[in-house]
Design a protein around this ligand. Structure first.
Ligand code: SF4
Length: 147
């Protein structure tokens, strides 16, 4: 099982915003910068997270991205499911569908394994992800925020 780059970017953003102080919100560009990813890619991830209710944007002076209460307590399993979508880990259908697709034990086993992967992430919250040692490292990544 391998996460898409999009999901990884979104999780990086969520973790960084989970350690933001009330008076120090970062913009999308700043989050992208401290997490070492292109701003255009991060913007797409931030938009999706806003639609999920995980983030909201504060406008005006001192504004920026803020994790919502839902986002802070969100299950990582739920979040990864939402970001990854309904796709399977193998391509059984499509332009050249596999002849076994209607009666394949491997397909069933892979679906079960995929669900087990998500289930392992279900008890973990976003807040859990930023406890030590991760949280202090994330805070240290804000040092070169532009004025
Ligand atoms: S062998 Fe099974 S799992 Fe693999 S592509 Fe075919 S239907 Fe899907």
């Amino acid at each position: 099982m391998r996460l898409t780059k999009f999901t990884d970017l979104a999780l990086r953003a969520v973790m960084r915003l989970a350690v933001s102080e009330q008076d120090d919100f970062l913009t999308t560009r700043e989050v992208a910068e401290v997490m070492g990813v292109p701003a255009t890619h991060m913007a797409k991830a931030v938009t999706r997270l806003q639609h999920l209710g995980v983030l909201e944007a504060r406008r005006g002076r001192g504004g920026g991205l803020e994790l919502t209460g839902l986002g802070r307590q969100a299950s990582v399993g739920w979040l990864v499911r939402e970001l990854e979508g309904e796709g399977e880990v193998v391509t059984c259908e499509g332009d050249t569908p596999c002849p076994l697709r209607g009666a394949c034990r491997l397909r069933r086993a892979l679906r079960d394994a995929q669900e087990a992967f998500y289930a392992a992430l279900d008890p973990i919250t976003v807040a859990d992800l930023v406890t030590s040692p991760t949280g202090p490292v994330l805070v240290g990544l804000t040092g070169h925020r532009p004025d």
